[in-house]
Design a protein around this ligand. Structure first.
Ligand SMILES: [Ca+2]
Length: 142
């Protein structure tokens, strides 16, 4: 399990999407990295298929909800993507169909958010705690 945790941590370093303003790294306003700058995503045509791609890209389990109208705050910077049309099987949000980058047909009161189950992440954390603390507890009892 620890090995899987290391793998996913390395994988996350190359991810071009993040969730901001939620209660965990697996929930929040969707932000994508494009041309070295973080920007948001318009909520037009935003749905659970799009959310599923974001959750998978972040190793955050299954999508629980796709949120509209800046539920997690408006953010700042460019609104990079709009009319996002994922099939649900894409490996990254950037591979999903959309109107194109930075079309400026949207305003910050309409940025998209996602809540993921976070299940996979919790499994990793439990595995990490198990590996790090159980041997310590066993040693301290001898
Ligand atoms: Ca969509």
């Amino acid at each position: 399990i620890y090995f899987i945790f290391i793998l996913s941590a390395q994988y996350l370093a190359h991810v071009n999407v993040r969730l901001v303003g939620g209660h965990s790294r697996c929930a929040g306003r969707v932000e994508v990295l494009h041309r070295g700058q973080w920007g948001t995503v318009c909520d037009d045509f935003w749905d659970l298929k799009d959310a599923a791609v974001v959750c998978r890209e972040l190793d955050c389990g299954e999508p629980v909800d796709a949120l509209y109208n800046a539920h997690f705050g408006q953010g700042s910077g460019p609104i990079w993507m709009s009319y996002v049309m994922c099939m649900g099987s894409e490996s990254t949000l950037k591979n999903c169909g959309s109107l194109g980058w930075d079309k400026r047909n949207c305003d910050h009161s309409k940025v998209a958010g996602v809540i993921c189950s976070g299940k996979v992440y919790i499994v990793h954390i439990l595995g990490y705690i198990y590996i790090c603390f159980v041997p310590f507890i066993l040693l301290s009892n001898t």
